[in-house]
Ligand binder design. Sequence first.
Ligand code: ZN
Length: 287
Amino acid sequence: MLGGSGALQVAVPAVLFLVGAAIGSFLNVVIFRLPRSESLVHPRSRCLSCGETLGIADLVPVFSYIALRGRCRHCGRGYSPRYMMVELATGLAAVGAWHLLGPTPQALLSFVIVCCLVVVFFVDLDHYIIPDEAVALIAASGVALDVLALMQRGRSVAVVYHEQLSSGPGYQVVLPASVVGMAMGAGVFVVIAFVAERVFRRPGMGWGDVKLAAGMGAVLGPGYEFFTFFLLAVLIGAVVGLVTMALGKRSRRDYLPFGPMLAVAGVVTLYLGDVVTPLVMSRFMLG
Ligand SMILES: [Zn+2]
């Protein structure tokens, strides 16, 4: 028998998973409609094959997909399992945020960031665009996390530059880590984009990647976590690039969007930064 707290330990993650998956169901709509400049709330979702409006029962995340074996109730047309995977991932992200950060505003903001990264992942994969709306929400969440830390710790998590001049008084420069991180993220990626274009004679990164790097810079700050995020993205990109080429799914000249790699690296660094950052840093940094 589960005691009161035992039942709660099961109920809370279960409810969070369902809420997260329902939000994932909405993200599927966003991923489809945002790049087409369609309204996100109107009209109701319909089957892309027969045009029949989907009822509440069809919209219950994950379970309706399994119950209907991934087919439309009306015309029997099969849906891509991707819809269910987005719901599953978003549900797990909600549970993960709660598990790592507890019932805090930080957990909520982290979950919002992950939702934005899910949208970035699929929209860039489908359309080679990184939506500004998602990037702006990521950056705003990064600044909000900074403000929360400032309020709760009673001191700034700011970048402090302190210089004691040999003669005369010392001076300090205090800037919020999110703002410095944003500038650094954009700066690093602009340089890389510039160099990559000169070296490979074709654009390797777009402005969308630069903006996303600025947004993630606001979240991760200008420290080791950002470099972990960047190195992970490059590593994932290299592996995916080599594997898709080896499998004959892609020729050397086919464009491989970088946004999905950045999105995966962002989620990993955000949720598992405490574990991954020391690991990556000990591999790549000498001394
Ligand atoms: Zn249908």
